[in-house]
Write a protein that binds this ligand. Structure first.
Ligand SMILES: [Zn+2]
Ligand SMILES: [Zn+2]
Length: 305
């Protein structure tokens, strides 16, 4: 007995192939609940599965998911009387691997759009960091590599084109259905957002953007171990920073704070980017900047004059 049913949906070519396996007929069912023809076929397969097994045939099915998130996977699997391979985001990475040849690379998924002002503002910075990371990696070019893929939320092709023109990396085509499934899969609530996937396809961090803002190219490869190291370095460096400072962009005195002393995630009032950890904060009005953004002025002595 041999069946073959194919359905095409964008990135994933899905097929159901039934082959004999040690006297047992096993079907590998590649499917996803967001694709209506797959859902229709699922019911047909359930009927056949139940019919065959109640008539003494030993027929087994294994579901291989292309669902966008765990909830969708669980809901879809709940309909099925057979086995399934556990859901993970590895499928997403594999789809990217097939499309862009990014296997074994650390990949940044850059969710942004031309209508998004913070995204457009962050882009040149990301371009410069991208080049620096690439330069850093070339001298010891083992198998380690880094790539960025632009995942666009642009409203039209001209917007996409002119924005993507400013980027030296890859992009999913405008309107590509994978964009929607990636946005859902990674639960992207707002843009710009930089999600980092490791060479093994697993998500390293969803906070690529703030790590770039805090540590520039040193953030690479964005792993927890690297971030711990950078935080320790930052704590060391902060020991040598003045406890308070006057900044050229603000009239009040700023105080050095960290997470434990009233700091926390903030938007830097100087460069408009995210920050966390150490900051200079105005205790009067909440004005806050990165330590690296401080342009110190001797306001105290100016006032005394
Ligand atoms: Zn700043
Ligand atoms: Zn102030």
């Amino acid at each position: 007995m041999r069946h073959r049913v194919s359905c095409e949906h964008g990135k994933f070519t899905t097929k159901v192939e039934v082959s004999e396996l040690e006297g047992k007929v096993v079907g590998l069912y590649f499917s996803a609940n967001w694709y209506p023809p797959c859902r229709n076929f699922t019911q047909i397969l359930i009927d056949a599965y139940e019919h065959l097994n109640s008539n003494g045939y030993n027929f087994e099915v294994v579901f291989v998911s292309s669902d966008e998130d765990l909830n969708a996977f669980n809901n879809y699997r709940a309909l099925m009387p057979w086995l399934s391979i556990p859901f993970s985001d590895l499928e997403t990475k594999k789809a990217l691997d097939r499309k862009f040849n990014v296997e074994g690379k650390t990949v940044g998924l850059f969710f942004s759009a031309q209508w998004c002002r913070p995204g457009v503002k962050f882009t040149p910075k990301l371009v410069s960091i991208y080049h620096k990371i690439k330069q850093m990696l070339t001298p010891n070019a083992n198998d380690e590599d880094f790539e960025i893929v632009f995942v666009s939320s642009d409203c039209d092709q001209p917007g996409f084109d002119s924005y993507f023109n400013t980027m030296p990396w890859l992009a999913l085509p405008f309107g590509d259905p994978t964009i929607k499934s990636l946005t859902k899969h990674f639960d992207v609530q707002g843009i710009p957002c930089l999600i980092i996937l490791g060479p093994d396809g697993k998500t390293i961090t969803k906070h690529g953007r703030s790590l770039i803002n805090l540590y520039q190219e040193n953030a690479y490869p964005f792993t927890e171990a690297k971030v711990d190291l950078l935080e320790k370095q930052m704590d060391e460096e902060a020991k040598n920073l003045p406890r308070s400072e006057y900044h050229a962009g603000h009239k009040h005195e700023l105080t050095l704070v960290c997470q434990e002393t009233g700091g926390g995630p903030f938007i830097c009032c100087d460069c408009d980017e995210q920050g966390s950890g150490w900051a200079y904060q105005c205790l009067d009005c909440g004005y806050e900047v990165h330590p690296k953004c401080i342009r110190a002025v001797d306001f105290g002595s100016m006032l005394e004059k």
